[in-house]
Design a protein around this ligand. Structure first.
Ligand code: ZN
Length: 698
């Protein structure tokens, strides 16, 4: 106990001392001013204001393409205008059919048409308002009746296990659990294995009564709760793969789009019970028993179900979506862009997903606008974005990135993402390893809402890491709006938020009432997320030299080489990683040399053109790690450091060009990909050399 207290004190003191001494990328004079600015700016986001935005933005279900979602656009734009921020709306027409009818029924035994909607609950005003039909986004159309097969989570390995016990989903309706993979992969695998329809349900063992009390008594999913969500696997409008959905562009017809061809419908565990308890046939393999109170069986049948989905693809599949932008122009480097964004659409009222992220963006915008009024203009341009149709497959951010790729590739310094910024009290963060140290630093300047120190110290305490290590941070894989910036263009990204127990994901019950009762009762964590955003934006926007850390980057990516060595070794291949290791070593060496040159340069004064020259070179480091022709599996994904695993969608894969070659059992390709990536690390290291010579020749 004693030891812990004194250690904490010691850490506090050393932190404070370090704070006064230096700030990465800042001259001593600018660091002092920046400390004052951040201290002032992070006081501005407020729980009262966050709660007011949240209440307004979650007053109705606002699915992309609906009138309600156009109203959230207007709210955000009006707020930003009120604060004196320049605004812009970009509209894109996208192929996005909305359902017109959905049916799920048990045909036998004892025919029963299921009630699919989520019923009103007491104390939750929006639970009795209009809700979006329970159909997965980009479901196929169809009306099928067939026997049911239980497929566990519907993973590739689950189908392999079904094969091994002689059970096929061919011509059947598959019933899968939510979780462990992206639902789009579940839909793809069900269709690939011949299922004619797919029902996906939330098992109580994952986010229902097995985990905690259910809504409205607790935060978890009740027996009628449904997780909606898209099953689109590629990112962006499926009718314009790889380019912006602007007026007049050529579009794929539906038969050429990469979309599902079978009806896919999410159901509650109440309805799943009414099917699964009648399934017989093979006993479930070990580990497949879920949380419902009967023995699960695989089938097929004898229970038969009907799944029917109709949508408006024949009549009006094209819908307008709207991204909003607020802009504060930079004083010294106006072309360099620091962007924060969050998606504005939801599947229901969306208080957590993603009104909380939108509120974080709004409150950071308000804070920085107020500093501007007080006479402090950021040195770089800051953009506050809200994206539409993220929920359908990152459409708004992807179309924007594709539309504006030349400018973003050239000028974007960082993209900061806010998706579910606050639904609990536990901080988590991640992103490109180059921005992780900056995120940790700014988490030190924001007080934790529980009143016991900073967000950073609470984060450390909750993650119980040793004194010598930092809390674990997430890798950018996929699944939110950073993908266009990171995976497609190689722009460094960061994300953060406060998590907690949640069983209302993509449900009508993701509401202001749920948030005030369980998620963030006083909106203090919404404000804290915005404070982190405010400090992060200002820290990057005002730096003399951009605070990327390529030492941490090199050390992080080096860890991915040993698993490649073992995989290659197990296969007895000739695919040495010597060149890859050498180029990562070189990157770390050049990064350390750059940092030393940077710090000594900033001990004096450096003219803006020199800073700009160095910064432009620094911005090329991660750009060098994208490959214009992309991954072999997915050309849109060009960043060779991280990607979402194409067989899972949630799990991440590091160094995907190499690891996908290994997975494809291709020795020569693996050897080639190792050399290819090594060459790109050399280019990245060269960008650091360029940045360093810019500073030395001043
Ligand atoms: Zn979201």
């Amino acid at each position: 106990m004693q030891t812990r207290i004194s250690l904490a004190l010691l850490m506090c003191m050393s932190g404070a001392a370090a704070a006064q001494q230096s700030m990465v990328g800042y001259s001593a004079a600018n660091a002092g001013r920046q400390r004052e600015l951040e201290a002032s700016a992070v006081k501005r986001p407020s729980p009262v204001s966050a709660s007011a935005h949240s209440k307004e933005l979650s007053r109705e279900t606002h699915v992309a393409g609906t009138a309600a979602q156009a109203r959230t656009r207007d709210y955000v734009i009006n707020q930003m205008k009120k604060w004196g921020i320049e605004t812009q709306v970009r509209a894109y027409d996208v192929w996005m059919p909305h359902p017109t009818a959905v049916h799920v029924a048990r045909v036998s035994p004892q025919p029963k048409e299921f009630a699919l909607a989520e019923p009103p609950v007491p104390g939750d005003a929006t639970s009795s308002t209009w809700q979006y039909p329970t159909v997965n986004g980009y479901s196929g159309e169809g009306d099928v009746t067939a026997e049911v097969v239980y497929v566990n989570y519907g993973l590739i390995e689950d189908y392999a296990q079904l094969d091994s016990i002689g059970v096929s989903v061919k011509g059947k309706i598959a019933v899968a659990l939510y979780g462990r993979s992206f639902r789009g992969i579940k839909a793809r695998e069900a269709e690939k294995h011949g299922a004619v329809g797919l029902l996906i349900y939330s098992d109580p063992q994952d986010d229902g009564f097995v985990v905690g009390d259910v809504y409205p008594d607790g935060p978890m999913r009740n027996s009628a709760g449904v997780q909606r969500g898209s099953i689109l696997n590629p990112n962006g409008d499926p009718s314009t793969p790889g380019y912006g959905s602007t007026a007049g562009v050529a579009r794929l017809t539906p038969d050429r789009m990469q979309i599902s061809h079978i009806p896919v419908v999410p159901i509650s565990y109440g309805n799943a019970t009414e099917l699964l308890k009648y399934v017989r046939g093979a006993a479930v393999p070990r580990g497949w028993q879920g949380g419902l109170a009967f023995r699960y069986h695989v089938g097929p049948g004898p229970v038969k179900a009907r799944v029917a989905v109709r949508d408006d693809r024949a009549t009006k599949p094209m819908k307008p979506i709207y991204d909003t932008f607020g802009m504060v122009r930079g004083s010294d480097f106006p072309d360099e862009l620091v962007i924060v964004g969050g998606h504005r659409d939801g599947w229901g009222p969306g208080a957590a997903d993603n009104v909380s992220g939108t509120v974080s963006v709004l409150e950071a915008a308000r804070a920085i606008a107020e500093e501007l009024k007080a006479g402090v203009r950021p040195r770089r341009t800051i953009i506050f974005a809200t994206w539409d149709a993220e929920e359908w497959g990152l459409l708004g951010s992807t179309e924007f990135v594709e539309d504006d790729s030349a400018r973003l590739s050239r000028d974007a310094v960082a993209y900061l993402n806010q998706d579910v910024a606050a639904q609990g009290s536990r901080f988590g963060g991640g992103g490109s390893p180059s921005l992780r140290p900056t995120l940790r630093d700014v988490a030190r300047v924001v007080a934790d809402p529980n009143g016991q120190g900073s967000v950073y110290s609470e984060w450390r305490r909750a993650s119980a890491v040793a004194d010598t290590t930092e809390p674990a941070m997430g890798d950018p894989g996929g699944g939110s709006d950073f993908a266009g910036f990171y995976n497609h263009l190689g722009i460094p990204i960061a994300e953060w938020g406060f998590g907690g127990a949640g069983g209302v994901y993509h449900s009508q019950y993701d509401s202001y009432a749920w948030m005030t009762k369980f998620g963030d009762t006083g909106f203090h964590y919404h404000a804290a997320a915005a404070k982190v955003g405010t400090a992060m934006l200002l820290r990057i926007a005002n730096a003399d030299i951009l605070p990327y850390d390529y030492v941490e980057f090199a050390r992080t990516v080096r860890r991915y080489v040993a698993p490649i060595d073992s995989a290659v070794g197990r296969r007895h291949w000739n695919a040495p990683t010597t060149s890859l290791r050498a180029s990562i070593d070189r990157l770390e060496r050049e990064a350390a040399a750059f940092n030393a040159t940077r710090d000594s340069a900033l001990a004096g004064t450096v003219a803006n053109p020199t800073l700009q020259h160095a910064n432009r070179s620094l911005m090329q480091v991660e750009r060098a790690l994208i490959r214009p022709q992309g991954l072999r599996s997915r050309p849109w994904f060009r960043n060779l450091i991280y990607v979402a695993d194409e067989n899972n969608g949630y799990a991440n894969m590091a160094m995907p060009s190499i690891n996908e070659a290994i997975r494809a059992s291709d020795e020569a390709l693996t050897r080639g990909e190792i050399e290819d990536l090594a060459g790109r690390f050399d280019k990245a290291a060269q960008a650091l050399v360029d940045a360093r010579s810019a500073l030395r020749s001043r």
